[in-house]
Design a protein around this ligand. Structure first.
Ligand SMILES: Nc1ncnc2c1ncn2[C@@H]1O[C@H](COP(=O)(O)OP(=O)(O)OP(=O)(O)O)[C@@H](O)[C@H]1O
Length: 214
């Protein structure tokens, strides 16, 4: 006799259920529902001011959404529980301008851990900063600073990348670099939420989309 077994849906990496955010009682966005699984890339789309950066800040624990649920691996998302597992690259790149890229990367590894089989020199070369590792960050161009921030993504073992306008300030090879890094991250079972006002030339198939509106 054949035994029928119902498929049990796997717990998503990240799930939002009826998530809403208000400022001074004015809605910024929501209710928002989405799920993100390992090996998936999702684009967050919306007009200026629709709440994309706000959502990213909520996901990193910098802001709190009073309404709705946010689950990380099936449990309420708390910053302490996902330190090192979620990394945010926003408009502020999180680099100390007096330190060199190499020193900044050492700090990042010290705070968030070190991904296996990676080293700083190889990663600097990968992002096009070979020869700039020992320059203070303040002497780098905007695009070079962005590349130094992208290098951090490669060195720490985070599963979820939150990238807010990752293509800003990058030239054509930099844009290709972001697309390649995303494709590799997704292929090794990582996940990414990405905002962009430009077209995203992601190589790993058609991404999911979240549309933000108040
Ligand atoms: N620090 C703040 N204090 C008060 N209101 C803010 C603050 N930051 C953002 N807002 C407001 O929250 C709303 C959402 O802003 P947010 O930066 O999340 O939008 P966004 O979709 O990322 O916009 P953009 O596409 O322009 O980057 C906007 O109306 C904005 O004015």
């Amino acid at each position: 006799m054949a035994v029928m077994t119902a498929a049990i849906p796997a717990t998503p990496l990240l799930e939002a259920r009826a998530l809403c955010f208000h400022r001074q009682d004015e809605p910024v966005f929501g209710p928002l529902d989405f799920r993100l699984d390992a090996g998936e890339l999702t684009l967050i789309e919306g007009d200026n001011g629709s709440g994309k950066t706000t959502l990213m800040r909520i996901l990193t624990g910098l802001l709190h959404a009073e309404e709705g649920e946010l689950l990380w691996r099936g449990e309420p998302l708390h910053r302490d529980r996902c330190v090192g597992d979620i990394v945010f690259l926003g408009h502020q790149l999180g680099l100390k301008s007096e330190l060199t890229p190499r020193e900044n990367l050492r700090v990042a590894i010290g705070l968030h851990g070190h991904r296996e089989h990676t080293d700083i020199d190889a990663v600097l070369a990968q992002v096009g900063l070979a020869g700039y590792g020992d320059e203070p960050v303040r002497r780098l161009s905007a695009g070079q600073k962005k590349r130094a921030a992208l290098a951090r993504l490669l060195l720490i073992p985070a599963t979820l990348w939150l990238l807010d306008e990752p293509y800003a300030n990058l030239d054509r090879t930099g844009i290709e670099l972001v697309n390649r890094l995303l494709a590799e991250h997704i292929a090794r079972g990582g996940a990414a939420l990405v905002t962009s006002h430009g077209a995203v030339g992601f190589h790993g198939g058609e991404p999911q989309r979240i549309r933000m509106h108040a």
